[in-house]
Design a protein around this ligand. Structure first.
Ligand SMILES: NC(=O)c1ccc[n+]([C@@H]2O[C@H](COP(=O)([O-])OP(=O)(O)OC[C@H]3O[C@@H](n4cnc5c(N)ncnc54)[C@H](O)[C@@H]3O)[C@@H](O)[C@H]2O)c1
Length: 387
């Protein structure tokens, strides 16, 4: 049954709606609410309309292929569609790409966010009373803006115990200390959004979320890369010792949190969103391998073991290969998501075990999508190691 939030039927403009998280937001809005959606996306290598096939003909859905750096086009879209809420997800999002070529990240994440903010401000300023009070600009960001937390291996646990304290977490008050060109450009965009609120009174909200995983994830990121490489018998790159810790959140849980914040969050506030799932990267890789051993046993996988061949590989973990660590690699991210839980009643529905199993199964069942999104230049080669 459709869920109607605040009893209002809203028009929500989602930037980056053809990307991994944006497409989950668009599918959630169309499938589970009565709101309508305008998806504004440039369709870079990371944007794929195939991720929206199931809803593309819905009468509450519209698509605009527009660059967020194009002020004239943004103005036209605002005037034509008259949105009530903007959910801003469009970004360059891959840390390794930002190391090889930071320019695109500055352009889209900082200049693009600035251009969008200015067009949104002009649109909002001229809205009629009634519509103006309800307008909201929701900026979607990452926990990477906070830098990294000490790794448990580096902490004196006896001291922690003595002080009766726990391992530190990122809260909404944590100072910004980004490490990569990606996170620095996201931090810049967060600052712009808050400045537009403080200076011009724009009704903005910011969310900072931990690592997402799930269906429709472009196969350059760890989880889909490992699933697809393993299934095809290719090496599984593990950076450094693989002990970097991330807090993993299933993408559909994030999409629900975002719609909740956009429609019910308090103007001017920041909400951290996390999965309560701290895992070392190597644990993630091993878990995927174990699930694949079960769902696609090597003995039956003709990608790896063509009939009659006698390769020595017993399980998918044998494909793990340790490679030189990413420069400036953050060691640990972990989110304190108690504010969004307390104030908006959001908690993740998936555990890591249930979410990762669903994800592996989805990639096995959707090989066509994987082939199509990789028809362009990217072929799962290592990125971010030029420096
Ligand atoms: N993936 C994560 O784990 C994660 C975690 C926390 C926050 N975030 C943030 O969430 C947002 C979405 O992340 P994602 O993983 O879905 O990214 P993604 O790379 O999968 O998708 C980005 C989308 O933005 C579009 N886009 C890029 N440049 C554009 C431009 N100039 N104009 C219009 N559209 C443009 C792309 O075509 C693509 O559809 C980003 O802002 C990211 O920083 C991501």
């Amino acid at each position: 049954m459709a869920l109607q939030i605040n009893n209002l039927i809203l028009k929500i403009l989602v930037t980056g709606g053809a990307g991994f998280i944006g497409s989950a937001v668009v599918r959630h809005l169309i499938n589970d609410t009565t709101h309508s959606v305008v998806n504004l996306d440039k369709l870079t290598y990371a944007g794929n309309l195939e991720s929206l096939k199931a809803i593309e003909n819905n009468e509450r859905y519209a698509f605009e292929q527009v660059d967020i750096c194009d002020a004239e086009e943004l103005k036209r879209v605002f005037e034509q569609h008259q949105p009530d809420i903007i959910m801003h997800l469009a970004a360059e999002s891959h840390v390794d790409r930002s190391i090889d070529g930071p320019g695109e990240f500055i352009q889209t994440n900082i200049v693009g966010t600035y251009t969008l903010l200015e067009q949104a401000r002009s649109y909002w300023t001229n809205l009629p009373a009634g519509k103006k009070e309800n307008f909201r600009f929701h900026h979607i960001s990452t926990d990477e803006v906070y830098g990294d937390l000490p790794h448990p291996d580096e902490i004196d646990h006896s001291k922690l115990k003595m002080n009766n304290s726990k391992l530190p977490l990122f809260t909404e008050q944590t100072a910004y200390a980004p490490s990569s060109p990606y996170s620095a450009s996201k931090a810049g965009s967060d600052h712009l959004v808050r400045a537009w609120q403080r200076t011009y009174g724009m009704p903005t909200l910011v969310t900072n979320c931990s690592n997402n995983y799930g269906p429709y994830h472009f196969p350059e990121k760890l989880v889909p890369l490992v699933i697809l490489n393993a299934f095809e018998g290719k090496p599984l790159p593990v950076f450094g010792k693989g002990n970097q810790i991330r807090d993993w959140l299933y993408v559909e849980d994030h999409a629900r949190a975002l719609v909740l914040v956009a429609t019910q969050g308090k103007i001017g506030e920041t909400y951290n969103i996390g999965g309560h799932n701290e895992k070392q990267n190597i644990e993630v890789v091993k878990t995927i391998c174990k699930i694949l051993d079960e769902l696609a046993p090597i003995a039956e996988n003709t990608n790896i073991r063509p009939e009659g061949s006698a390769l020595g590989m017993q399980n998918y973990e044998n494909l793990m290969t340790f490679v030189k660590d990413r420069p400036g690699h953050d060691m640990r991210y972990a989110i304190d998501a108690s504010k969004i839980q307390k104030e908006l009643g959001w908690t993740p529905q998936e555990t890591f075990d249930s979410g990762i199993r669903k994800t592996v199964q989805w990639y096995l069942d959707n090989q066509e999508w994987c082939k199509h999104v990789q028809d362009g230049s990217y072929q799962r080669e290592r990125l971010g190691s030029k420096s």
